[in-house]
Write a protein that binds this ligand. Structure first.
Ligand code: ATP
Length: 288
């Protein structure tokens, strides 16, 4: 079982002719809203990959539509607590050249309480995994409490924050990064992530695949060749799919499955909506 203490975001996307200048009022040419957030994307990917996943999160009073979306993806709302701050959201402007401007409001994602965390952890079993990202509060507390209960901790170090990584280094069993984050760790901490004392370090490298460093061994995974349309959420899809298979399977099979899931995901527009299910990935890999 994986317990994901993860962000849930409302992405509000406005198309504009150009990005607004200071003081400018601008009419948007279209508007759409999407379920977003690294945490929930990873949970959806794990669930669609057949993994046993519990998403623990927070929504504000304005979170009804997001709750419906989450349920539509087959995730339980039982551990999504209603809090009295607005739901975390992103206001995204996209101009005619596809350049964007994003304002993030953490809101409900920063309203986790110790009580909520302990309740969830107390029902976990020894050997279960906890999954964390950098979009929620109390990340280091969750990791410490999880380890104290004999759980394993996987941490996706995004959005990158050197201090958060430093706080967590002794508390995690798996560190997941893309190449940019791996370089930022090397620069800020002075070691390549694979040299840190962590059981597993997973580095994704976009079109160039991924590598898993475990106890001095490196497993390389090629990406699957596809025509990419939109790579938003590729990393979250890879990690969710990988975790679903890794927690009770073999690392090499988990990597191959995750590469298939992420390759399929980038062939479709959108983040969560583009995440494929296990049957689609397996059929795709058989024919790849
Ligand atoms: P994002 O921020 O876009 O969600 P990321 O930077 O976290 O992504 P990447 O390393 O770019 O993550 O991609 C994760 C995985 O997705 C890669 O290891 C690869 O398997 C797959 N992937 C990404 N881009 C492509 C592509 N163009 N073709 C095939 N597979 C891809």
């Amino acid at each position: 079982m994986i317990l994901n203490f993860g962000s849930i975001n409302l992405d509000l996307v406005y198309r504009v002719a150009h990005l607004p200048k200071p003081g400018e009022t601008l009419a948007s040419t279209s508007f759409a809203r999407f379920l977003g957030g690294k945490g929930i994307n990873q949970s959806i990917a794990a669930a669609r990959s057949g993994g046993a996943i519990r998403h623990i999160g927070c929504l504000g009073p304005d979170g009804k539509w997001l709750g419906e979306q989450i349920a539509h993806f087959g995730l339980s709302l039982d551990e999504i607590t209603q809090v009295d701050v607005p739901t975390g959201h992103a206001v995204i402007f996209v101009d005619d050249t596809a350049e964007n401007q994003i304002v993030l409001f953490g809101g409900s994602n920063l309203a986790f309480t110790k009580n909520q965390i302990e309740q969830a952890l107390n029902t976990a079993r020894r050997g279960d995994w906890v999954l964390l990202q950098n979009e929620t509060n109390l990340v280091s507390y969750i990791a410490q409490e999880a380890r104290a209960r004999g759980l394993k901790v996987a941490y996706s170090a995004a959005p990158f924050d050197a201090n958060a990584v430093r706080d967590l280094l002794d508390q995690i069993n798996l560190l997941a990064l893309n190449e940019g984050e791996a370089a930022a760790i090397a620069q800020n901490i002075g070691h390549h992530p694979a040299e840190l004392n962590i059981d597993h370090v997973l580095i994704t490298k976009g079109e160039r695949g991924a590598e898993l460093h475990s106890g001095g061994e490196i497993l390389h995974q090629d990406s699957v060749k596809v025509e990419a349309i939109d790579t938003t959420g590729a990393g979250d899809t890879f990690l969710g799919a990988f975790m679903a298979r890794f927690v009770d399977g073999k690392a090499d099979e988990a990597l191959a499955f995750a590469a298939g899931a992420a390759a399929l995901q980038v062939t479709k527009q959108g983040a969560a909506a583009a995440i494929p299910c296990a049957e689609e990935v397996e059929a795709f890999l058989r024919n790849a």
